[in-house]
Design a protein around this ligand. Sequence first.
Ligand code: ADE
Length: 229
Amino acid sequence: MNIAIMGAMPEEIAPLLERVGEYKLTEFAGNKYYEATYAGHNLVIAYSKIGKVFSTLTATTMLQHFGAELLLFSGVAGAINSKLKIGNLIAATKLCQHDLDITAFGHPHGFVPEGSVFIEADKALVAKAMLVAKDMDLELMEGTIATGDQFIADPVKNKWIGETFKADALEMEGASVACVCNAMNVPFFILRAISDAADMDASFSFDEFLESSAIESANFIIKMVESIE
Ligand code: ADE
């Protein structure tokens, strides 16, 4: 199967590249794409750069240019749900854009006409992830991830996103990747390991735990690839 694995930052894909060994590098539209074979699959791996615009470009490229039939996202997130601690994993069951706002026209936060506030991740991939977690003896939370073009380092904003969308974690790319895959009918799975609590200490915590949490997420994604037939 042709599988795309994407992250947003170099740190999020570095552990994946280490694991797959040899790869072919292609530059396309300002990004580097790494093609490799692993566990009987053709992988295309890339980091998009941070945010919804760049992640949309990369996800679209992986599907349209590289022919990916399934997309897995590996990366880090800020916690909203207090059960999520540094290094814990969350699999998105649904995703929304917390900074999409045409409420002036009477629409709910995160909604645009002909769209929907939430996009659901592929249920079969989430179910597979739960089995993989059991196998690895790891806790994996299923939950809602809120995406926006802001690094959240403010308890008030964190609380607002949590209450408005009943979200468990937040980051800056998941919902845009979900939009692309949903529009193109490609199953997707968004995994995040917690790097910070999206509070006043978030930037320090992010810098401290980006690498270790990115490794947690990448290790899990590798096991997911191994479990896909
Ligand atoms: N990714 C990881 N931590 C984050 C935060 N606090 N805000 C937005 N994206 C993040």
